[in-house]
Design a protein around this ligand. Structure first.
Ligand code: BGC
Length: 924
């Protein structure tokens, strides 16, 4: 096994304290309050000067039109100092500004291993707020020299392990006893265990994260986590223990595909504990070869694809407590560093986020029982069982069942997806795996002693613990179910990185699967730090010449040099800018984005046509039920057309990014290139007579139309070709794959045909999202024909066909949208009261505060309740036959100081409104 010996480039450590995410309400008499003050810490591996906390807060107010005019931030080295209103680390002074998100810290340089406390107050045009509640952040280990710990492990298999096609490697247990002679004031642990670790001190589990740390390409970077363990340590003897699972580090499970799989070596760990005593002195406990190790514990085998095997008879009772007899344990090896640089994990940890009860349990023909969770989910089963010593219970996981009720596992490919528990016997036992999760709805229980009951099992849902920021409901139950399926599908595919699927032998972070999808997802989950981390993963996949991998972290050696998949790099950065108002990812990644664009240009741009495309419009609905990919050339779209249109689109993004990254000299170059590409694109693919692009597939026409490449005078005709194709040829159905589906719903709506978009969204026959629902899907399928296609590529839980559907739900059906580049500081609220819906109720907790839009149609009357967060403004479009008939809170709008009429436009009265809650009524 090859081990990477790259030394650390630099070690950085920052802890984003959980307390930063705490939310509170401290209202003064004016009703103006600061909510949810939070800090994020940007870590730049290039130098500690770049260590940059950014502070954000939300403002609530009972008064309409409340705008922040100034703020003051205090940062202090202790909470006490802050209570005297002393900012001994930073006092921003009164800063005249309406900025309430991503305010950069400008205080004294931050020190390793130090905690900082902060608070903020604001002045508004309607009064001032009280000081916010005190928040804090901690800085971990900033410099390589701060780490005294050594990476330890055991670079061999144990006798009972096997390293073969289906490698089985037991979990490794490490322990260390130490004593702290003096009274302890504070103790912090910095730990990384690869692939995954669990940490214990004096018998207690530390933290509630699972599958930690977040996965990366370990040769490039390693994440570590920080815990305050003051409460678990005691004066006198202490014991510390860790368990290491294989995760994505030891990936010999798939070593029969050597060209594809990157393995990093045997599991290893790094741990450092800094103890501060009451007398002000410090000591350090660090991983080294004075620790003890065994692989002969209860977890006999673990990997994400095959599952976990646990033998309770092998439990190491008391091993994380002092006084345990570890004489049979061996000395660990000081092993090579994994490579890359270390940084604290800034994205939210993975946790058990929800527990669900099975809906049913059924005995099947082979005598076993199958439980139905009622929901396709990713996580594991927590089982209660009572029986005899050495009885073996197997839990086999699957997404669907066959007609006889037996599991359908063909679409898992060779993933065994089976957990095995061997009982110790006696009283009731309870168990769930630690280092394996499954994508499943059904579980077959084999060998359960007695008759298993529903109460013996619960499903634990496992994913990145992101805040649920959206709610969406309409009068159409089908649309609501599609939304619910998306909600479950998205979370199932978040595992410290966005995956294609959680169940089969793949589970890879394929780039295009979450391109515009990341934007759809952002309305459901607060995914900013999750995707900021993914951009780092993508950058780390870059080869020196500029190529990006189609999966990132680059666990597969898959540099196909396709254009559309890696373009996700730019698409996601753009999403973070629009949805979260955060330009930092663009600034940070600009150079590597440019490098990739240049690489593709130099190698594949021939006479202004980009000649490289690997995937086409991946997964269009095939013509016959068993097919994975359509064979009908009229359904697909010319790869050169796709690649060239995308290249044009990415040039327009690069032009935007160049301005933001302070590279304005690049703008003219991108512009000139874009004009050339557009001209050649139209000469090559556009038929001026028929107004069709290429083979007239919806995707062929919609890419140039949505990307602004169609000559102005031809736009209507091209759009008509699209609507004719959908309405006449496809009888109102979708015909796009992963590429076209990213823009379809917005393209139809922007061109005035939200009704067609709604028809597509509310279909229940093939192909449609509703067809998935009607056929029992509780998540999204990989294929439009996911109930009939061949099993090789037929996941029931892929999110790539989600495209821009949820963007359309929120921005268009509900009318909740940020103005471009505003991070919801300015909103555009333009709902589409499509025929077929009588109401939509939606809310979105944006970075600038809570936005709400609830509309209802009754006959010709339209009522609309909205909330525009304090310190923001909105341009709103009230559906109305005339402005005269529009009222707000029962009153005419004349003289309303917060609602200013702009114009009538295509059946809507347009107003500028100040922040606040409003209730509009109109005639439609
Ligand atoms: C994955 C996809 C991915 C595609 C590209 C599939 O096997 O599951 O979602 O984008 O391959 O080749």
């Amino acid at each position: 096994m090859k081990l990477n010996k790259t030394p650390y480039k630099l070690l950085f450590a920052l802890l984003l304290s959980g307390a930063c995410l705490f939310s509170f309400r401290a209202q003064d008499a004016t009703g103006i309050a600061i909510q949810n003050p939070r800090c994020e810490l940007l870590v730049n591996p290039e130098g500690i000067d770049a260590l940059q906390p950014r502070l954000s807060w939300e403002i609530t107010s009972n008064v309409r039109g409340t705008d922040q005019i100034a703020y003051q931030v205090l940062v202090s080295s202790s909470a006490e100092k802050l209570s005297d209103n002393t900012g001994n680390v930073w006092d921003s002074g009164v800063v005249k500004s309406d900025q309430s998100i991503q305010v950069s810290y400008k205080g004294k340089p931050l020190q390793s291993g130090t905690e900082y406390f902060w608070k903020v107050r604001i002045w508004t045009n309607k009064g001032e707020s009280a000081w916010s509640e005190v928040q804090h952040w901690s800085v971990g280990l900033l410099k390589p020299a701060d780490w005294q710990a050594k990476w330890i492990g055991y670079d061999h298999a144990f006798a009972w392990d096997s390293v073969s096609k289906f490698s089985r490697l037991s979990a490794r247990y490490f322990r260390k006893e130490f004593s702290s002679a003096k009274a302890i004031k504070k103790a912090m642990v910095y730990v990384s265990g690869l692939g995954y670790y669990e940490l214990y001190i004096n018998g207690s589990r530390i933290g509630d994260q699972v599958l930690a740390p977040a996965p990366t390409d370990y040769t490039q970077s390693v994440k570590y986590n920080t815990y305050d363990v003051t409460a678990q340590l005691k004066q006198g003897s202490n014991a510390i223990g860790t368990i290491l699972g294989n995760g994505r580090f030891f990936t010999m499970r798939q070593n029969y595909k050597p060209a594809k799989i990157k393995t990093f070596g045997y599991p290893k760990m790094l741990l450092q504990m800094d103890i501060e005593y009451a007398d002000g002195s410090h000591s350090i406990v660090a991983s080294d070869d004075s620790w003890k190790l065994t692989g002969d514990g209860p977890i006999r085998s673990n990997n994400e694809y095959d599952g976990e095997e646990y033998d309770a008879n092998k439990e190491l009772t008391g091993w994380t407590n002092t006084g345990y007899n570890a004489s049979a344990w061996i000395k660990p090896e000081v092993v090579d560093v994994p490579g890359g640089y270390m940084s604290a994990q800034m994205n939210e940890p993975v946790r058990v986020v929800e527990t669900i009860k099975p809906k049913a349990i059924t005995k099947i023909a082979n005598g076993n029982y199958v439980i139905d969770m009622g929901q396709n989910m990713a996580g594991w089963i927590n089982m209660h069982v009572k029986g005899d010593k050495a009885q073996r219970v197997e839990l086999r996981f699957a997404e669907t069942t066959k007609s006889d009720g037996d599991l359908y596992v063909a679409n898992l490919r060779d993933a065994r997806s089976t957990d095995v528990y061997t009982l110790k016997g006696g009283s009731e036992e309870q168990w769930h795996p630690r280092f394996a999760y499954h994508g499943f709805r059904y579980v077959e229980i084999v060998g359960y002693p007695g008759v298993p009951k529903i109460e013996d099992f619960e499903g634990q849902v496992v994913n990145d613990d992101l805040q649920n920021v959206g709610s969406f409901e309409t009068s159409n139950p089908l649309i609501n179910q599609i939304y619910k399926n998306a909600y479950w599908g998205i979370r199932a595919n978040y595992k410290g990185m966005p995956l294609d699927c959680p169940q089969r032998n793949e589970r890879m972070p394929w780039l295009a699967d979450h391109a515009t999808g990341s934007y759809s997802e952002s309305f459901v989950y607060g995914n900013d730090s999750f995707y900021a981390k993914w951009l780092d993963d993508i950058e780390q996949s870059q080869k020196p010449e500029g190529q990006l991998c189609d999966v990132a972290p680059a666990y597969w050696n898959y540099y196909s040099e396709d254009f559309t998949w890696p373009a996700t790099y730019l698409v996601v950065a753009d999403m973070l800018y629009d949805q979260y108002g955060d330009k930092e990812p663009i600034v940070k990644h600009y150079a590597s984005m440019k490098k990739w664009m240049n690489y593709m240009r130099d190698k594949y741009l021939k006479d202004n046509i980009l000649t490289k495309d690997k995937y086409g419009d991946w997964c269009v609905p095939p013509e016959s039920p068993e097919l994975i990919h359509s064979k009908d050339t009229l359904r697909g779209t010319d790869g050169h057309l796709i690649a060239t249109a995308y290249y044009y689109r990415m040039l327009t993004l690069m032009k935007r990014f160049a301005g933001l990254a302070g590279k304005s000299r690049d703008i003219a170059e991108y512009d000139a290139m874009a004009s050339k590409i557009k001209a050649t694109f139209n000469q090559t693919f556009f038929n001026a007579k028929t107004k069709r692009y290429s083979n007239n597939s919806v995707t062929s026409n919609l890419l140039p139309l949505y990307f602004g490449m169609v000559p102005v005078e031809d736009r209507k005709a091209v759009f008509k070709n699209i609507t004719d194709k959908i309405l006449i040829e496809n009888k109102g159905h979708i015909s796009t794959g992963v590429i076209g589906t990213q823009f379809l719903m917005r393209m139809l709506t922007d061109n005035g045909r939200a009704d067609i978009a709604y028809r597509i969204a509310s279909n229940t026959d093939y192909p449609s999202w509703g067809y998935m629902v009607k056929n029992g899907a509780t998540t999204f399928w990989e294929l439009w024909n996911g109930n009939t296609a061949a099993p090789q590529m037929n996941s029931q839980n892929h999110v790539m066909l989600l495209g821009d559907l949820l963007v359309w739900f929120y921005e268009n059906l509900a009318g909740i949208k940020t103005e471009s580049a505003q991070g919801f500081h300015k909103l555009v609220m333009k709902p589409e009261p499509v025929a077929g819906l009588t109401f939509v109720n939606a809310s979105y907790k944006s970075v600038s505060g809570m936005v709400k839009s609830n509309w209802k149609k009754e006959g010709s009357s339209f009522s609309w309740e909205i909330s525009v967060p304090a310190n923001t403004k909105a341009l709103i479009y009230v559906p109305a036959t005339s402005a005269a008939g529009v009222s707000e809170s029962g009153k005419s709008l004349t003289g309303n100081p917060d609602v200013h009429f702009v114009k009538m436009e295509a059946g809507r009265a347009v107003y500028r409104v100040n922040s606040g809650d409003y209730s509009f009524k109109s005639h439609i």
